[in-house]
Design a protein around this ligand. Structure first.
Ligand code: ADP
Ligand code: ASP
Ligand code: MG
Length: 423
């Protein structure tokens, strides 16, 4: 349902607006001026069909990486505040380019940066969380018959500094905007025509899904399927935002993200396989085994906003134990510094870092009622002689950390073993 102001707009007699639609175009859909022109044409068409349209744009494809590369050439540990100010320029540029391209073809448009909305976030630079998105300026632009173009991925904190929402954060801007506008739908346009049983870039045998549950999508997004940022899925579930993923330049089909009840109960036990290349492993060796040790290693990481994922503590031998966990690769250096300091405080022997690991996972709500998935997963990987370094599970997921050189092989054999292959 559209919000009250828009409701008025939609119901007024001279209005022909049917629906409030939020669209988001990712970097790969905007990597050249030609693509920006094509997308502008699509936007104009959608507006002419009678939709009130708010469009979130990412930076032009490759731009965020290009800016990061420049920054890291000057400073291998750049201040987060400077990183955010720099990276936000990617979305700033594409928002105004898109608005100008629309105006040129006779479609009234106005661009908005995060700080103009404003979109308020917390103070955690480079991975800020949205606190509030003020939708009134966008609503006013829509009332005036304009298409609102919103720079994704960026916000401001309470110091007035620019923040960014983490890689892939424009997805989250789009869902937050859709929630704020009470939009009828939030459409994520990208270079694939929906969610597949695994990354179609890894195997052509990946199968298209017409729908997937929020729970499964949350797991996949948290496990490396970058097609949607995990926070976008969290927000969509929390605010009941009707969310779908579609192709920018392909056909009409897409994937709806829906409630678990709306999934066919006869559906597969495992719905998807994911590969996460974004974690590194830290092992603290020879830790004196006494109460409070895990706390002293992990707490300083939490204080530095480093997300610790899988954690294993070995059985103790002669009063000493080993302690292994994974963190995002981007935080590996920071984590190493923190853990080395802590390790010497608690009298541990050594800290080892391994950045050539990946996490392969099988996800599916059907696992809740079907034992044996883990056994099948371990057997399949062992048949390929792939060694499991760490294992973790949730109600609907099993994840294994393995050597990165076997990542794609593991995805392919598991995809086949769980009968997900096409045909
Ligand atoms: P955008 O630039 O539009 O934000 P992304 O590159 O962030 O696009 O996300 C789209 C990519 O996500 C696809 O090209 C695909 O390789 C990858 N991907 C990973 N896992 C999946 C999956 N299960 N289904 C579809 N795409 C996936
Ligand atoms: N431009 C940012 C990135 O590349 C945000 C986004 O595309 O969603 O991660
Ligand atoms: Mg993305």
């Amino acid at each position: 349902m559209a919000s009250h102001i828009l409701q008025r707009l939609l119901q007024s007699e001279d209005s022909h607006m049917d629906k409030v639609v939020v669209q988001k175009y990712g970097g790969s859909s905007l990597s050249t001026l030609e693509k920006i022109r094509t997308v502008a044409g699509k936007i104009k068409e959608a507006r002419e069909q009678g939709n009130a349209l708010a469009v979130v744009v990412s930076a032009m494809g490759g731009e965020t990486d290009r800016l990061l590369e420049l920054l890291f050439k000057l400073n291998d540990a750049p201040p987060g505040r400077e990183q955010d100010t720099l990276l936000s320029t990617g979305e700033q540029a594409s928002a105004s380019l898109m608005a100008a391209a629309l105006e040129y073809i006779g479609c009234p448009a106005q661009s908005f940066l995060g700080l103009q909305l404003p979109l308020y976030t917390d103070n955690v630079h480079t991975k800020a969380r949205i606190i509030q998105l003020e939708g009134n300026k966008v609503k006013k632009a829509l009332e005036e018959g304009k298409v609102a173009i919103i720079a994704g991925f960026q916000g401001i904190n309470d110091y007035g500094d620019i923040t960014t929402l983490g890689r892939g954060g424009s997805d989250t801007t789009a869902v937050a905007l859709a929630a704020s506008l009470e939009a009828d739908v939030c459409e994520i346009y990208t270079d694939v025509d929906g969610i597949y049983t695994t990354d179609p870039g890894i195997t052509p045998r990946a199968r298209h899904l017409d729908k997937i549950s929020y729970e499964e999508m949350l797991e996949l997004a948290g496990l490396g399927a970058k097609v949607l940022q995990i926070r976008a899925v969290e927000l969509a579930r929390k605010y009941y935002v009707p969310l779908m993923v579609k192709s920018t330049f392909g056909g009409e089909r897409g994937t709806w993200i829906v409630k678990e009840e709306d999934i066919d109960m006869e559906s597969a036990i495992v719905s998807g396989i994911s590969l996460d290349r974004n974690e590194g492993k830290i092992t603290v060796i020879g830790v004196p085994d006494r109460p409070g040790i895990a706390h002293s290693v992990i707490s300083p990481l939490a204080d530095a906003s480093v997300n610790v994922d899988m954690i294993i503590q070995n059985v103790s031998s002669e009063g000493y134990t080993d302690f292994t966990f994974t963190v995002p690769v981007n935080d590996l250096e920071l984590a190493r510094e923190i853990v080395e300091k802590e390790a010497s405080n608690i009298g541990a022997q050594e800290v080892r870092i391994n950045d050539s690991i990946v996490k392969v996972s099988a996800v599916g709500i059907g696992m809740k009622n079907h034992p044996g998935v883990a056994a099948k997963m371990f057997r399949t990987l062992s048949e390929e002689n792939i060694n499991l370094q760490m294992i973790s599970t949730s109600e609907i997921r099993i994840s294994c950390v393995i050597d990165s050189k076997y990542g794609e092989l593991a995805v392919r054999v598991l995809h086949q073993a769980f009968n997900l292959d096409k045909n």
